[in-house]
Design a protein around this ligand. Structure first.
Ligand SMILES: C[S@@+](CC[C@H](N)C(=O)[O-])C[C@H]1O[C@@H](n2cnc3c(N)ncnc32)[C@H](O)[C@@H]1O
Length: 278
């Protein structure tokens, strides 16, 4: 079932993308009739695995609209999105005008194409919204933000096996049935020693969500569904995953603004085996 050979890159830049960890995650998940991802993001695992079917969900409606429009409209949509990638649109003035259009349009196809444009032209490929003005990441100043055509075509070719769903992780996980495998890549618990778990809620995902996710994973395992969760390997997180099997590994990530403290970070995969979780 794993993809043989090289990796297929996601067409979106996505903070926390898992392209490099795919072999480890595939091994932890094993075989299944359907792979469910409640936190799909750029879908690195979907692109580099071979399950008969996929349920790919995320709470970001713009992301799921993009995947759905690409699936429905195929090459026609890819050609349409490519038109936005021209030198005249790689200026701050054009960027802020297109960002305004993105926040105002109700046309799904336009919104989806603009999401690809913003992802490649905005600062660091970030995806951040303000309640008042919508998508609010500043211009990225890239010399040549290339259109990710090949990666979009690769995504499109595989998308026939997928169903896309916009929703909260608990709703998605409730759809799991015996024979499915579930991979969860939630927003991570912060590493900062001073961060308070109870007050932290970046992107709306706080400690209470981390707790509910671990609880739901245990519930699915008791129903015969294997669940794998990625997170930082801290004592608090390890305690949260109770009797799941933990696979620790180290990742090179620029997660700190302080350059001197950038370096390998301890991460883990918590594997909830069917039938073994309390
Ligand atoms: C770490 S990223 C996933 C990265 C992904 N594995 C990849 O390879 O790109 C976390 C994702 O969770 C989504 N998310 C945040 N809160 C959520 C929630 N309550 N329910 C479902 N998805 C959520 C975010 O939109 C984001 O795409």
């Amino acid at each position: 079932m794993p993809a043989a050979g090289g990796t297929c890159r996601p067409f979106l830049k996505w903070p926390g993308g898992k392209a490099r960890q795919v072999p480890l995650i595939r091994e932890a998940l094993g075989a299944g009739e359907r792979l469910i991802e409640p936190f799909t993001g750029s879908a690195a695992l979907f692109l580099n695995s071979h399950y008969p079917r996929y349920l790919l969900a995320d709470s970001n409606p713009d992301l799921i609209t993009l995947y759905t429009v690409l699936q429905e409209q195929g090459m026609e949509f890819i050609r349409y999105a490519r038109e936005l990638f021209q030198p005249a649109n790689n200026t701050p003035e054009a960027y802020y005008e297109l960002r305004r259009q993105f926040n105002e349009t109700t046309d799904r196809r336009r919104k989806a194409a603009l999401f690809v444009y913003l992802n490649r032209h905005c600062y660091n490929g970030l995806c951040r919204y303000s309640r008042k003005s919508g998508f609010n990441v500043p211009f990225g100043r890239y010399r040549n933000p290339g259109f990710p055509e090949r990666a979009m075509v690769a995504f499109l070719k595989r998308s026939g096996k997928a169903r896309f769903l916009c929703g909260d992780y608990l709703e998605t996980m409730d759809q799991a049935r015996r024979g499915d495998v579930v991979y969860c890549d939630p927003p991570y618990v912060p590493l900062s020693e001073t961060a308070s778990f109870t007050s932290y809620a970046a992107g709306g995902f706080g400690w209470e969500d981390q707790r509910r996710l671990a609880e739901k994973a245990g519930e699915l395992a008791r129903r015969g569904v294997r669940v794998v969760i990625s997170n930082h390997a801290t004592p608090e997180i390890e305690a949260l995953y109770g009797d799941a099997r933990l696979v620790r590994h180290r990742e090179h990530r620029s997660i700190s603004r302080n350059v001197s403290s950038r370096g390998p970070v301890a991460e883990l995969l918590a594997i909830f085996e069917p039938g073994t979780s309390r």
